[in-house]
Design a binder for this molecule. Sequence first.
Ligand SMILES: Nc1ncnc2c1ncn2[C@@H]1O[C@H](COP(=O)(O)OP(=O)(O)OP(=O)(O)O)[C@@H](O)[C@H]1O
Length: 621
Amino acid sequence: MNTKNFPFDIGITLLALALAAVAVPLLQPSGYELTVLSLIGMYAIALKGLDFVTGYTGEVSVGHAALFGLGAYAAGWTNLHLGLPLALALPLSIGAGALAAWLISFPLLRVNGPFLVLTTFAFGRIVYVFLSQASDVTGGQSGMELAPEAQTLFGHAMTSWNFYYLILASLALALLVAHWIVHSRTGRAFEALRDSPIATDCMGIGTAWHKQLAFVLSGAFGGLAGLLYVYSQGVLFPDSFGFEMSLMFLMAALFGGRKSTFGPILGAAFVVVFPDVLGNHTTFRIFAGLTLAAIAASAALRYRATGWPGLRSMLVPLAFALGMLALSVWVEDLNEHRLAIYGAIVLMVVSYLGNGVMGLLPKYVPAHKSVPSDGSTGIRRVLGAPSAALLDVRGVTMSFGGFNAMTDVSFSVASGTVMALIGPNGAGKSTTMNVLTALYQPSAGAVFFDGASLANAKTTKIAMLGISRTFQNLQVFGDLSVLDNVLAGMHHSIDKHANGRAMALLETVGLAAHAHQLARNLSYGQQRFLEVARALACNPMLLLLDEPAAGLRGADLAALKALILLIKEHGIAVVLIEHHMDVVMELSDSITVLNFGQVLARGSAAEIQANQAVQEAYLGA
Ligand SMILES: Nc1ncnc2c1ncn2[C@@H]1O[C@H](COP(=O)(O)OP(=O)(O)OP(=O)(O)O)[C@@H](O)[C@H]1O
């Protein structure tokens, strides 16, 4: 990804912020209006932080307000008790948010789904109870009030204008930093782990570390927003950082739109301004009219792009916007229905506009600078002397609660050769691959790779040592582009030549024309080839292919055979699990047959074909 070319999203957002800086004085806002704008800015920074977690790694946090609060209280406390000027508390607030997020990330790593949400909830509660009960430190429910000098810049009074510009500048900076992070290999890793944690680990990227990093970043951004909050408000109350606030952050993040630069600003504006909009008849009518216009325009654009299916997806939002306009015209007193309308709007956006309000805009696809292939195959040749037993599996037993999926399995694979692992369904072939990549720890036996034992080696370490794999149940990173899937495989070797080499790999597997497409839009067969390209991007010495020909026919099957031979020519050892016997017999230098978790036979293709026991157990069938 090219971080020097600002795409549309960040460019437009920064331009909008710059225009706001120029235009707001012309509108002669009141102090109150400036305070509202400043609040939107602060919340947008906190929301951008939350987006690392919700948007990029795909987790849900309902404890974000606690990080915001800790940043605010850390600065407030040091100002009150140690006299540290708030203007100098920046590292402290960012550090407090980041540290708390790092600590909570340890229990979060152990859980998923609803348990993860509950853990963030519990964290938020603990922080809230601390802020509201530890009166000696935080002032408890009576709050923490700072001296007026605290809100100065080294003695110079700060006006609401000063705060407005300070927050605008901080927001621009926060958006730029976030943009830089999500467009780096780290951002790619966040998205990879969201789509397939197993594949992420198997490419050596490290799911756990990147998940923690996303939480730490969300804490750092939350802490920064907290500092701006205490600096501009001068007082802190625990209720500003409780569960309701966390929920509001989450709602605003989803409302504005995930993974969008402008989304957090829209989300923040919605939660700050909308209660006022609803309180006034005229403003609500204007809002309802503008909403209908925006949804109608978006529906028209979708109709033009994709015809009836595009329009159909917008019918419910259109009906909703019409209903809201009718309501704003006919119902006199909206005040008592305020909360219901608020809830209905959130429900609508979250359920029917998957990408939030920003999803209403036509998808902007930046013109990709087509990076040419570097002209090679993209496959890294294995250097050094070939090894007769690059992979040496010795007496491995893998037991699941008393059931042995593998019993005393031994085989070895030489560099630059193809060894097929065949056998009936349930024979233990995929289990073997899972043991080789440390997704399972064997109950007995040992695995040696390139002369060293893999005992206790983690999945990511094994990838770094030179073993990469594909998956029987496809594990592509669906929401990344095809090119980014391959670049994710180069996580540890990324350099300025990476794009050219990734394109070369895509050319080698026949997917160069699809480089900028989302991987999930590829056909099943194309995704199989993409997994091979991604695994090759990790520079393996040993490649494990789990049923690469499943679902392939005709020309694709021939292309796969040629590809496996090419891989072998580069000195890479291949373990091939396959049910297509023509592929196995044509390509294999040796074959190991598994049956009920045990090695039934070993030998060349001819020997295996002639083996009576194999005939009976597998080939005959
Ligand atoms: N995590 C697990 N827990 C319990 N049993 C498991 C687990 N993983 C695999 N097994 C069992 O181990 C046996 C071997 O499964 P495995 O997936 O390795 O077979 P396979 O040879 O790859 O089959 P197929 O050709 O159908 O993919 C099966 O009986 C399976 O149910």
